[in-house]
Structures are given as C-alpha cells and as structure tokens.
Design a protein around this ligand. Structure first.
Ligand code: PRP
Ligand code: ZN
Length: 284
C-alpha cells in the first residue's frame, strides 16, 4: 500500500522537506519539478503543491500526509491530525506597519487596516485581545499592500525579516509562532497507518541523531567512574583500556543541548583528547 504525501512545490519548506526524505534513505526515480514523484525504495508518492492548498488536500484524503507550516494548517482547517513538529521552517506570523508609524500598544490596532492571507487566525487574535481592526483578505504579495494604499498594515509570515525591511515595514505584534509540521488525514486506514509508522521510525532516527553527538575521550583509570557519571550514554558508556598502562578511552553519546556544559565538566575532572563526532542515524 502506497502512501501519498503533499509538500510545498516552491518556497521556504521545499528543499528541507525533500532533504528529510533523503535523510530517511528514500530515493526518487525522476527529478524534482514534476507534480508527482514516486519513491523507488519506499511505498511513498510525493505531490508537489502550493503550500496554501496542502491542508485541504490532506483533509479531503487526496493526500494522506502533508508537510506544511503550522500557520497554514491553523488558518485552513482543524480537521486533520497534526502528527509532529519537524523542527525546520521556523517563523512567526506578525502584524507590521510602516517603519515610521508611531505604534505604541495594542490599543493602536483600532486605526489599522490589515492586509493578510491569514484572516481567520488574525480575527481570533483580535477577538482575544478585544481589539477592532479592518481585515483585508488577499492571497499573495501581502507586503506590498501598504505601499499601494490598500492597507496601512500587514499580518504576514516573518522568517529572516528581510521582506519587511525591503518594504519599509516594522513588526509591532506577534500573532503566533510556527514551524513545519507533518499532518495526516483523520482515521487513516490501517495499511496506510503502518506505512506512516515506518516513516516516523526513520524520522525519529534522523531527529535523534541530529540532537546527539558521539564523544570519545581519554582519562586516567581513577577518573573513569567520575567521568562515567557525567556521561550516562545510551545505556552506559563504553570503556576500553588504552595501551598505556593506567589509562582508558571512554565512548558515549551526549545531547546537543548539554554539550558545552558537559565538555567543561569533563575537562575539569581530567578528561583528555576529547573528540566529538556527528551521528548519522540513532535507533534506541
Ligand atoms: C512568507 C511571507 C514573506 C516571506 C518572509 O512567505 O509571505 O514573503 O515568507 O520571509 P523573510 O522574513 O525571511 O523575508 P511564505 O514562505 O509563507 O510563502 P508564500 O507566501 O509564498 O506561501
Ligand atoms: Zn503560501
């Protein structure tokens, strides 16, 4: 049973989504740029679509899965399953005004006419803040709306911020934070769920590997116990005697987040020749 996944054809998420498949060991027969791509070594077909359409395709079951910004999902439907966050495509949906506009607080919002492709999210944000503003729904190139006199503010995705700067705008309110997510049609049939589980198993291995590093170091034998406590490893660290009498080599895995702190502690207690290496896949 094949599973169909919709991803963005062209844009911020396209390349990273394709790269995720590559890291999961999935290969495709024909090049990128077509509407459909079939995997040669995994029961997967990729549909390349406009990101704004992906939630509806998944909701209707035309695609079983989709990779798209959480912001687009929230705008379009609440009738799909959000399976997991993917850790890339991080951005925020913000309200921005002319850089010279003297905007001081949310109460200033009453004076705004806001152009956006996210009217539903924006409406909820305004309601939550008890603020009134006029919403102009437009489907693309939102950032040019103030320049042509259609509105005096925008509510749009900001990633690096360069689009805003280029258009003489500044951010004044953050509406929400977002990143790429994997979504699925509700109540996938069991055979498709089984393929999804296989895909998730691979994605987990890739993600875990990115979050962790392999570490090797040398230590005098009387320090091995202390060092082992600093480095718990997957089960416990591997300890191998060195040729030089009284010394051992310790191998383990450490989390990226604790990295610098752990290294400092290790040096303090006498670790030497510390080597840190990336891990390609990690299965626990
Ligand atoms: C958003 C937004 C801006 C750009 C902002 O588009 O509409 O064009 O990203 O990025 P920056 O802060 O790095 O300049 P999005 O990626 O959602 O694509 P789309 O509007 O074409 O769907
Ligand atoms: Zn879009």
């Amino acid at each position: 049973m094949k599973i169909k996944i919709a991803i963005q054809k062209k844009g911020r998420l396209s390349e990273k989504s394709l790269n995720l498949f590559k890291e999961c060991g999935i290969r495709f027969e024909n090049g990128i740029g077509n509407l459909k791509m079939s995997a040669t070594n995994f029961p997967l077909e990729v549909l390349l679509l406009r990101d704004d359409d992906i939630p509806q395709y998944v909701e209707a079951g035309v695609a079983d899965l989709g990779i798209v910004g959480q912001n687009v999902v929230w705008e379009k439907t609440d009738n799909v399953d959000e399976i997991r966050r993917l850790g890339y495509g991080k951005c925020r949906l913000s309200i921005a005004v002319d850089k010279n506009y003297n905007y001081k607080s949310i109460s200033y919002i009453e004076n705004l006419q806001i152009a956006t492709s996210y009217p539903n999210i924006l409406r909820k944000f305004l309601e939550k803040n008890g603020a009134k503003a006029k919403i102009h729904k437009i489907s693309g190139s939102v950032e040019i709306a103030p320049g042509i006199g259609l509105a005096n503010a925008v509510c749009d995705i900001v990633s690096t911020g360069s689009t805003l700067t280029l258009n003489g705008l500044k951010e004044v309110e953050t509406v929400l934070k977002s990143e790429a997510v994997l979504i699925a049609t509700k109540n996938l049939p069991a055979e498709k769920q089984a393929v999804l589980d296989k895909l998730l198993f691979r994605m987990n291995a890739v993600q875990k590997a990115k979050d962790n590093k392999y570490i090797l170091l040398n230590a005098p034998n009387d320090k091995v116990e202390t060092i082992s406590n600093i480095l718990p490893g997957m089960k416990s660290p591997t300890i191998v005697p060195l040729k030089e009498e009284g010394w051992s080599s310790i191998h383990s895995v450490i989390n990226e987040n604790d990295f610098w702190e752990v290294i400092e502690q290790l040096k303090k207690v006498g670790a030497q020749g510390i080597l840190v290496m990336p891990i390609e896949k990690m299965i626990i």
